[in-house]
Design a protein around this ligand. Structure first.
Ligand code: SF4
Length: 430
């Protein structure tokens, strides 16, 4: 173990060996590696130096910095971020003006091609770059300079990814992402509003362990974090499968945790691992907390996805020949999630069938009891008689009706007619 290294710094901050080994296993899982890689990860991190980082904030709200520094109960991952050797970050500098610029250039000179550049925020190009200046220079120039001398660049958050909110329609600053400034092979993008710190740590751990960045898609997003749809891992997915949707904020469906698709959830078109990694030290994420996914890890999401509360457009704007259902089926077919989701859906179905049968049987028994009481009590109990008749076959008929309604709902979904998804299903049973 090197005393000036990452592991020693973590130990000084109170991390136990046991927690560290658990962290290594969790990192292997996060990177979609077999658990047998965890000893290798542990060995690599134990012997790694504290990675030098130069962090540039461009045109943005600073939300990514906030997200990474607001841990109330820090995980090993957040501790690891704190123990990186942050050589320059303007939010944490005591120096200002020319002195701050000197801190940055000194760090670049101290670690030539040996530091990570992290860029947060969009790059505005309008008005000659005058919308965002660092030390009187357009931030694009500073980013290009810092990234040229870096081991690799991590563009964190949706604004650094493709311009984010600043690049949405109506934007006046000519904002775009970092990609235009950094050569291929040296850039990893970690979109999200804000990014998930666990994904940043996993990316760094991959680099420490394998001496290279993790495999990525054509937009530079690491596949371990952005290789699957939110929809496929969402805990509300069984309700989607069964056609159970919240239809208004605060309604019964919303209170019961049903699917938020009809309230604008963009999960079926959004690639991210939010459902499994979650935010706030793994406590929750927006869908779990009751709000639909807004699609913030996707290109041009402000315009392409519609507003946060509009239902998804029927065709995916950046994949114009693919429908939501097609991409969902294509994704899940490869990894068997459909089978899992249907298994859960079937479980829900059988459970509801049992509930319905139980209710019908109880109604029949109650009606029969009322009828028996009625014969003893005379004409006053007569209205119970039709219920008793209905009770005789209600269990079987009710279940059959229910199954027929569920089949109709599935057919409607497959036909893309999701307005009809819940039609025909007894609201009391939903
Ligand atoms: Fe979850 Fe949204 Fe998909 Fe519903 S539409 S299952 S809430 S990701």
């Amino acid at each position: 173990m090197r005393e000036d290294g990452l592991y020693a710094a973590l130990v000084r901050r109170g991390m136990s060996r046991r927690s560290f080994l658990q962290f290594s296993t969790a990192m292997a899982a996060a990177l979609a590696l077999p658990a047998t890689y965890s000893p290798r990860i542990a060995a690599a991190v134990t012997n790694a130096p504290r990675l030098p980082v130069i962090w540039i904030r461009a045109q943005g709200c600073g939300g990514n910095t906030e997200a990474l520094t607001r841990a109330s109960d820090p995980t090993i991952a957040s501790l690891m971020l704190e123990t990186l050797s942050i050589e320059y970050h303007d939010a944490f500098l005591s120096a200002t003006g020319a002195s701050a610029d000197q801190v940055r250039t000194n760090a670049m000179a101290r670690y030539p091609n040996g530091y990570f550049a992290v860029v947060e925020g969009a790059i505005p190009t309008g008005a000659g770059g005058a919308y965002c200046l660092v030390g009187g220079r357009p931030v694009a120039d500073v980013v290009r300079e810092v990234c040229d001398g870096a081991l690799a660049t991590l563009a964190v958050g949706s604004c650094a990814f493709d311009g984010g909110a600043a690049a949405a329609s109506g934007g006046q600053t000519g904002a775009g992402g970092v990609r235009s400034l950094v050569g291929n092979g040296k850039l990893m993008t970690l979109p999200g509003c804000p990014l998930n710190g666990e994904n940043l740590v996993a990316t760094l751990v991959h680099y420490i362990t394998f001496n290279e960045l993790p495999p990525a898609d054509p937009m530079g997003r690491p596949l371990f974090a952005y290789g699957d749809l939110v929809h496929n891992k969402c805990e509300r997915r069984p309700f989607f499968e069964f056609g159970e949707f919240a239809l208004a904020w605060g309604d019964e469906g919303a209170q019961k945790g049903w699917c938020l698709y009809k309230l604008g959830c963009k999960g079926p078109e959004t690639m991210a691992n939010c459902p499994t990694v979650r935010y706030g030290e793994g406590v929750s994420w927006n869908v779990r907390a009751g709000h639909g996914c807004v699609g913030c890890t996707m290109p041009d999401f402000w315009d392409a996805m519609g507003t946060a509360y509009d239902r998804l457009p029927p065709v995916i704007p950046f994949l114009p020949n693919v429908t939501v259902d097609q991409i969902g089926v294509a994704m899940v077919a490869g990894i068997g999630v459909v089978a899992g989701a249907h298994a859960v859906g079937m479980g829900v179905r059988f459970k509801r069938r049992a509930v319905l049968e139980g209710r019908a049987a109880a109604a029949g028994a109650a009606a029969a009891g009322s009828a028996a009481a009625g014969s003893a009590a005379g004409p006053a109990a007569e209205p119970a008689a039709p219920a008793a008749e209905a009770g005789e076959g209600a269990a079987g008929e009710g279940a059959d009706d229910f199954i027929a309604a569920a089949a109709a709902a599935e057919a409607a979904r497959e036909a893309g007619d999701d307005d009809q998804l819940t039609a025909g299903i007894d609201p009391e049973v939903r």
